[in-house]
Ligand binder design. Structure first.
Ligand code: PLP
Length: 410
């Protein structure tokens, strides 16, 4: 049985052209990019070329591109490095309720140094109001971190508007663009982004390699000590095959972005329409229009997301109940909870994220299996279901003043 893979927000298969571009750097040209000899110079040349390609794709200068081991490292380096560099000026950071755990936990870790974090809420579509960010900024704020696009519900944030406020306040802005890179147009300079994180495995590049862009002049301290690689900003031998793979994948993704997004949004819209019409007590999560082209995410009342995933898995369909990093845990997703859905909806989440190799047959497969799977699971646990009611009004939507919290560590 062929697996229908609908979990591209978790990770993507590596593009064959990327595999080919990386191949020489595992063996024939496997020099250390810091070595003086010929193999070292070949590796250095490949890293420099990759840096130029990436800078062009992201609207940065090559000197602003720092290679990392992926999204989690880039985010930790950005948040801790910018906050600690400015801590003599203040110990307050601002972020949002729907960030990836890498962001929320990095901000939480800063509490060890006496930092406070203000968590700005989102509306019922998972959208941040830039004015809420503006209101959260205080005289002692040293960093704002807002994601470009959400990994669970796909909502795309108004980053340029947020950046206009952070610029005006003179506070650096970090953007987690892990789900946006390769899919949405990005220009860090014209958008006013000071620090930005991307990760290759989300756009058909290899796992374990990413980029942190640091705008020249941004106060920032490296958190990793060691050699002088990456102009003293990220110690450690460069992952040359990974860096070449990232640059190739990003170049391909940007070159084919429009046609890819058209294909993906057709699959997404078909899935949304078919599932909402076939499954009772179901709703779309995330913004109806400002959403990633490949993301169709849902909440189903009175059913556990994990049980839906297992049913789909048995039918050969790989999906997610939210972010891959939390799907092993029994707690409902903090992202879906932040949308203000009642508890018996928050637990029943499903994320379908499409990729280049998917087609309408894959939408057909999930739209065929899902309605009976949800009905069967609801029949097994009838007390969790309020069968007679339509989707309830959303209560407790988080609006108004952002809460100031000191999050728990790590
Ligand atoms: N940020 C977002 C929005 C993500 O979706 C992910 C991965 O799921 C990460 C950060 C972490 O990236 P990585 O897997 O490269 O560490």
């Amino acid at each position: 049985m062929r697996t229908v893979y609908l979990d591209h927000a978790a990770t993507t298969p590596v593009h064959p052209d990327v595999v080919a571009a990386m191949a020489p750097y595992w063996s024939d040209s496997a020099g250390n990019a810091s070595s003086m000899h010929e193999p070292g110079r070949i590796a250095r040349h490949a890293v420099d070329d990759a840096r130029d390609t990436i800078a062009r794709a992201l609207g940065a200068t090559p000197s602003e591109v720092v290679f990392t081991s992926g999204g989690t490292e880039g985010i930790n380096a950005a948040i801790k490095g910018a906050a600690i560099a400015a801590m003599a000026r203040g110990r307050h950071v601002v972020t949002t309720a729907i960030e990836h755990h890498a962001v929320l936990h990095a901000c939480g870790w800063l509490a060890n140094l006496g930092f406070e974090t203000t968590i700005v809420p989102v509306d019922r579509n998972g959208m941040v109001d830039p004015h809420d960010v503006r209101r959260a900024i205080r005289p002692d704020t040293v960093l704002v971190s807002v994601m470009f696009a959400n990994n669970e519900v796909g909502t795309i944030q108004p980053i340029a508007e947020v950046a206009a406020f952070t610029r005006h306040a003179g506070v650096p802005l970090h953007v987690d663009a892990v789900q946006a890179a390769g899919t949405l147009p990005i220009d860090v300079h014209s958008m006013g982004i000071d620090l930005m994180t991307i990760s290759a495995h989300k756009f058909q590049g290899p796992k374990g390699v990413g980029v942190l862009t640091i705008r020249n002049g941004t106060p920032w301290l490296p958190m990793q000590s060691g050699g002088a690689q990456e102009s003293n900003r990220r110690a450690g031998t460069e992952n040359v095959p990974g860096i070449v793979g990232l640059a190739t994948a990003l170049r391909l993704a940007v070159a084919h972005r429009d046609e890819a997004n058209l294909h993906l949004s057709r699959l997404r819209d078909s899935a949304i329409e078919r599932i909402l019409s076939a499954v009772p007590h179901a709703r779309l999560t995330g913004h109806p229009t400002q959403r990633l082209a490949n993301n169709a995410s849902f909440a189903f009342q009175g059913v556990e997301g994990e049980s839906i995933l297992l049913s789909l898995d048995m039918a050969g369909i790989a999906a997610s109940s939210g972010s891959a990093c939390t799907s092993g845990a029994t707690e409902p997703s903090h992202v879906v909870a932040a949308l203000g859905l009642p508890d018996d909806w928050v637990r029943g989440t499903l994320r379908l994220s499409f990729g280049a190799a998917n087609d309408l047959g894959d939408v057909e497969a999930v739209a065929t299996v899902l309605p009976s799977a949800v009905a069967r699971l609801r029949a097994l646990a009838p007390r969790r279901r309020d069968a007679g009611s339509a989707a309830p009004p959303i209560t407790g939507a988080v609006e108004g003043n952002p809460a100031t919290v000191k999050p728990a560590h790590g």
